[in-house]
Design a protein around this ligand. Structure first.
Ligand code: SF4
Ligand code: SF4
Length: 378
């Protein structure tokens, strides 16, 4: 297992961080973790050199922290850094709630101190609300009390919001979504480089885009991989693209089986900064272009068209459709659309008033497409 310095904090970590958000479960119930299997996997990861484990107060309905706590007994706690997260949507956004949740996390994990304590899933609005509620001063006090070591945040918003949050406090780490298809989304590659320029290490989540990059690649993408002289799986290329970057300290992977874990351990044995040759960088550019060429609608998710006065979930429907075409997985769209329609935001709600199309910067023919979706998904 390759390690790398965790920014300027004075210790090294494994480039592969085990994520505990998709642990093996029983009876298809996300709250029922298969404890013996999950504990065996966590300990196998640590025995194989993994030194960074990520969880959150809300993962597996709170059971992820509990199971991780059990796995970290018998001397395993001392071998790893642990990260967990404070959700700012579980109760009122005030100090009393922060305190209650932190104490619950400490108890579930069975530890006196948490290494990385993240404000979970920050966006501009959520961060401003938390800041007004005094969360930054509260973090300082928890560090002074020794309950947490490194205040951090995880992030889902745009590049401008990332800069705003990153510049607002003396963060010790930030966790962002990045993969070969999100280089210009969310924090963006620019945001990762900016964090690096400030000496703030970056932890990566969603390296496989929610698992979409783990399945078989579409034919046009696979053909490009096949033409390259070095053979690697799409998963391995996706990880390699990330561990190449010096600003990235850890790449999280939420494994669900021992087999997936062993494959990740194998891949991360090669996880050197600067591992990619010029030819490999060029290959990844071609792969990204090939994936993007599959996008049919091209909605950027800017939401200028929202809210639709009739409740149509315009960017959600288009996003689901584009994701499915990008990965050549029509079943993905069916699943996502069923959820959107169930929530009352289906294309069948569209009355073709045309208000959305007038403001769409991408000039998408929204009413026509909604009519097509409504017909197709009847
Ligand atoms: S055209 Fe359809 S989707 Fe667009 S605003 Fe009108 S009802 Fe909503
Ligand atoms: S305005 Fe156009 S690009 Fe923006 S979210 Fe709506 S449909 Fe997508």
């Amino acid at each position: 297992m390759k390690t790398r310095p965790f920014g300027q904090l004075g210790f090294d970590v494994s480039a592969f961080g085990m994520g505990c958000m998709r642990l093996p479960i029983l009876d298809g119930d996300n709250r029922k973790i298969n404890e013996p299997e999950a504990i065996a996997m966590i300990r196998h990861a640590i025995d194989s050199g993994v030194t960074y484990i990520d969880t959150a107060y809300v993962y597996h309905g709170g059971q992820s922290e509990v199971v991780l706590g059990k796995a970290l007994k018998d001397g395993y706690r001392e071998k790893v850094k642990i990260a967990t997260k404070l959700p700012l949507w579980e109760g009122n956004v005030n100090e009393e709630t922060f305190e209650r949740i932190l104490n619950e996390s400490l108890e579930r994990l069975g530890v006196d101190s948490i290494d990385f304590y993240l404000l979970h899933s920050m966006n501009a609005e959520r961060f401003r609300t938390a800041k007004e509620a005094g969360v930054l001063e509260w973090l300082d006090r928890k560090v002074a009390e020794g309950k947490i070591k490194y205040p951090s945040f995880s992030f889902h918003d745009d590049n401008a919001a990332f800069h705003e949050i990153l510049d607002a406090y003396d963060w010790k780490m930030c966790q962002v979504q990045m993969n070969i298809l999100d280089t210009e989304n969310q924090a963006q590659l620019e945001g990762i480089r900016y964090a690096g320029s400030k000496g703030i290490p970056v932890v990566i989540m969603e390296p496989l885009r929610g698992g979409a990059l783990a399945g078989a690649a579409p034919a046009n993408v696979q053909a490009i991989y096949d033409a390259f002289p070095v053979r690697r799986s799409p998963i391995e290329w996706a990880f390699r693209f990330l561990y190449d970057m010096p600003e990235i300290a850890v790449i999280l992977s939420g494994v669900s089986t021992m087999e997936q874990l062993d494959d990740n351990l194998r891949i991360f044995d090669q996880a050197e900064i600067g591992a990619m040759s010029d030819a490999e960088h060029k290959l990844m550019e071609e792969i990204i272009t090939a994936y993007k060429s599959r996008v049919r609608i091209g909605c950027t998710g800017c939401r200028y068209c929202m809210p639709c006065p009739f409740g149509v979930g315009i960017p959600d429907i288009f996003g689901a459709s584009d994701r499915a075409s990008m990965f050549d997985r029509p079943e993905m769209f069916e699943k996502d659309y069923a959820r959107i329609a169930k929530d009352g935001h289906g294309a069948d709600k569209c009355v073709a008033c045309g208000a959305c199309a007038k403001v769409c910067p991408q000039k998408i023919s929204i009413p026509q497409l909604m009519a097509e979706f409504a017909e197709k998904m009847k």
